[in-house]
Design a protein around this ligand. Structure first.
Ligand SMILES: Cc1cc2nc3c(=O)[nH]c(=O)nc-3n(C[C@H](O)[C@H](O)[C@H](O)COP(=O)(O)OP(=O)(O)OC[C@H]3O[C@@H](n4cnc5c(N)ncnc54)[C@H](O)[C@@H]3O)c2cc1C
Length: 485
C-alpha cells in the first residue's frame, strides 16, 4: 500500500542544487511494525506525527501473504510472523474493536498442542488431572511438581529460566516441557534466558507468595478471568490488523523511507531519509534492536552500544500445503514442538489450516515448520532444497506426509527474535538511563519488555497515552534547507 503526502507538515521542495527537503513535525516514528503502528494509532487522528517505514509495506513481521494453489483457481493465505494471538490482552481487544476488526476464535480442536516425545507426537496435558496420566513425565517427575510449594523461595530468582524451573519443578520438567516451550516462543535456550527478563511475573509470584502453586491457587480463588477469547486471529489473517492500522494513519505513514541517520540538534532531532530530512521535537524508534543500535549511534551512543550487544536468534520457515488425503495425522491441534533432546533441526510445526480453516481451500491443509533458532543457528543459511529435505526427513514421518508437497514457500528470519539473556535486565537499565538523559527520544520494540504482539500493543499504546497527556508541545520551527552532501 503506497501512501500519499503529509499535508499538515511544512515542506520545502528539493533545491535545484541538490538540497534536501526539510520537514518540521512534532513526532517522527521510525518503523511501521506493530510497535510503531500501535503507538501512532494510540496518539489519535490529530497528532502531528509521521511514521516512516523502510520497506514497501507496513506491519513488520505481522504480515499475511498469499499464494496461488491449484493452477490459480484458489488461494492460500499464510503468515510471515505470528500465526495467531494466544490470548488478546484488554489493550489489544480495545484496539481490535476500535478498528472494527473481527477477532475469530480458533476452533476448539485447535487448542490441543502436541510434543515430540521419544519419536512420537503426544498431546500436552490440559488440566491438572491429565497431568497425572500424561506419559510425558515419569512418576518421579510428577511427584516433583507436587512438591513445588516446599522449595526455598529465595533460590534461583536472579538466574536463568532453566535454573528457576529446575529448582522449583525439577530437571525433567525443564527438559520435557520448558525447553520446547522456550524454543516455540523465543527460538531460544532456557539455560541462556534470564528469568527476570522473560517472566518477571513468575519471580514476583514466588517472592510475594512463597511458591507458584500457592500464587496460582490464590489467583484462581480470586476469580481472575482470562482477558480474551483465548486462541484467536483477526478475520483475513494477522495482517488485517497491521493493514487496518496503516490505513487509519492515511498520509501520516510513509513507506519505502528508510531513516539513514538521526542526530540531536539542541532540543530537537534531525533525521535523514533519502532525499528528505525531518526536524522534530520527538522521535520514537520502533525498529528491531539491531536497527535501533545503528540509528542511535549519534543520538544516544550509550544506548546504541548496549543494544549492539544483544544477540538475536535466526530461523527458517517452510510453509507447505498438501491435499488432505496425503496427510495421515488428524491435525487436530495447534501444532507440535520438539524438545532439544529429540535432536532435530526443526523446532516444531504449526497446523495453520487447523487454526484458521479459511486460510486454505477445502480439502487442502497448510502447515508451517520452523527450523533453527538458538539450537541450530546454521539452519538459516541452508538452501531451499536442503530445508525442504529436512522437512521431508523430519516432519514427513511424524505427520504421515505422502510424496512431495505440491506447494511450498521458504522464509528466512535473520536475527529476528531477541535473546533476553542474563545480561538483559542490566542492559535495559542502562538503555533506560541513557534515554532519561535524552529527552524526546523513545524506544519501542520486541527487545524491551516482551516479544509478543499483545505486549507490544500495550507498550505502544501506553507510550502514546503518556505523550498525548503531555501534548502541550511548543510549535516546531519553520522548515529550512539542509545541504544533501
Ligand atoms: C516467525 C515468527 C513467529 C512469531 N510468532 C509469534 C506469535 O505466535 N505470537 C506473538 O505474539 N508474536 C510472535 N512473534 C513475534 C512478533 O511477531 C514480533 O516480536 C513483532 O512483530 C515485532 O514487532 P515490532 O513492530 O516491534 O518490530 P518489527 O516487526 O521488526 O518492525 C520494525 C519495522 O521497522 C522497520 N525499520 C527498520 N529500520 C528502519 C529504518 N532505519 N527506517 C525506517 N524503518 C525501519 C522495519 O522495516 C520493520 O517494518 C513471531 C515472530 C516471528 C519472526
Amino acid at each position: 500500500m503506497r501512501q500519499g503526502r503529509t499535508p499538515n507538515h511544512r515542506e520545502q521542495k528539493v533545491d535545484q542544487r541538490g538540497f534536501r527537503r526539510r520537514r518540521s513535525l512534532d513526532t517522527l516514528v521510525i518503523g511501521a511494525g506493530i510497535s510503531g503502528l500501535a503507538y501512532a494509532h494510540g496518539r489519535g487522528a490529530d497528532a502531528r506525527l509521521l511514521v516512516v517505514e523502510a520497506s514497501d509495506s507496513a506491519g513488520g513481521w505481522v504480515h499475511t501473504e498469499r499464494g496461488v494453489w491449484d493452477d490459480e483457481r484458489s488461494e492460500l493465505r499464510y503468515e510471515r510472523g505470528p500465526e495467531a494471538l494466544q490470548a488478546a490482552s484488554p489493550e489489544a481487544l480495545a484496539l481490535f474493536s476500535g478498528l472494527a476488526l473481527e477477532l475469530v476464535p480458533a476452533p476448539r480442536s485447535a487448542r490441543k498442542r502436541f510434543l515430540l516425545h521419544r519419536g512420537a507426537l503426544v498431546a500436552l496435558p490440559r488440566s491438572p488431572l491429565s497431568c497425572l496420566s500424561t506419559p510425558l513425565l515419569s512418576w518421579g517427575g510428577k511427584l516433583r511438581l507436587l512438591g513445588e510449594f516446599r522449595r526455598d523461595p529465595r533460590i534461583a530468582l536472579g538466574g536463568s529460566l532453566a535454573e528457576f524451573v529446575r529448582h522449583r519443578l525439577g530437571p525433567e520438567t525443564v527438559e520435557t516441557l520448558l525447553d520446547p516451550f522456550v524454543s516455540g516462543v523465543w527460538a531460544g535456550d532456557p539455560e541462556q534466558l534470564s528469568l527476570r527478563a522473560t517472566f518477571p511475573d513468575l519471580a514476583r509470584m514466588v517472592e510475594e507468595q512463597g511458591s507458584l502453586t500457592r500464587a496460582l491457587l490464590r489467583r484462581k480463588r480470586g476469580g481472575a478471568a482470562p482477558a480474551a477469547p483465548g486462541l484467536c486471529k483477526p478475520r483475513g489473517g494477522m495482517g488485517s490488523l497491521t493493514r487496518a492500522l496503516a490505513e487509519s494513519l492515511g498520509p501520516r505513514l510513509r513507506l519505502s523511507t528508510p531513516v539513514e541517520s538521526l542526530r540531536r540538534e539542541g532540543a530537537r532531532f534531525h533525521a535523514i531519509a533519502g532525499a528528505e530530512s525531518f526536524d522534530c521535537a520527538r522521535v520514537v524508534v520502533a525498529t528491531s534492536a539491531r536497527a535501533a543500535a545503528e540509528l542511535l549511534a549519534e543520538a544516544s551512543p550509550e544506548a546504541s552500544r548496549e543494544l549492539a550487544t544483544l544477540r538475536c536468534e535466526s530461523l527458517a520457515g517452510v510453509i507447505h500445503a498438501w491435499p488432505r488425503e496425503r496427510v495421515a495425522h488428524p491435525l487436530d491441534g495447534f501444532g507440535y514442538l520438539v524438545p532439544s533432546r529429540e535432536q532435530r533441526l526443526h523446532l516444531g510445526t504449526l497446523f495453520s489450516s487447523s487454526i484458521d480453516p479459511d486460510c486454505a481451500p477445502r480439502g487442502t491443509v497448510l502447515l508451517r515448520t520452523l527450523l533453527g533458532g538458538a539450537r541450530h543457528p546454521e539452519v538459516v543459511e541452508m538452501s531451499d532444497r536442503e530445508l525442504l529435505a529436512v522437512v521431508e526427513r523430519e516432519v514427513g514421518p511424524l505427520l504421515g506426509l505422502r510424496g512431495e508437497p505440491p506447494w511450498t514457500r521458504v522464509l528466512r528470519y535473520r536475527s529476528v527474535l531477541p535473546r533476553y539473556d542474563l545480561a538483559h535486565p542490566a542492559r535495559l537499565e542502562t538503555v533506560d538511563r541513557a534515554l532519561m538523559r535524552s529527552p524526546g527520544l523513545h524506544l519501542l520494540g520486541n527487545y524491551r519488555r516482551g516479544i509478543g504482539v499483545p505486549a507490544l500493543i500495550e507498550a505502544g499504546s501506553a507510550l502514546a497515552r503518556e505523550h498525548a497527556r503531555g501534548e502541550a508541545q511548543p510549535p516546531g520551527p519553520e522548515g529550512g534547507l539542509d545541504p544533501a552532501g
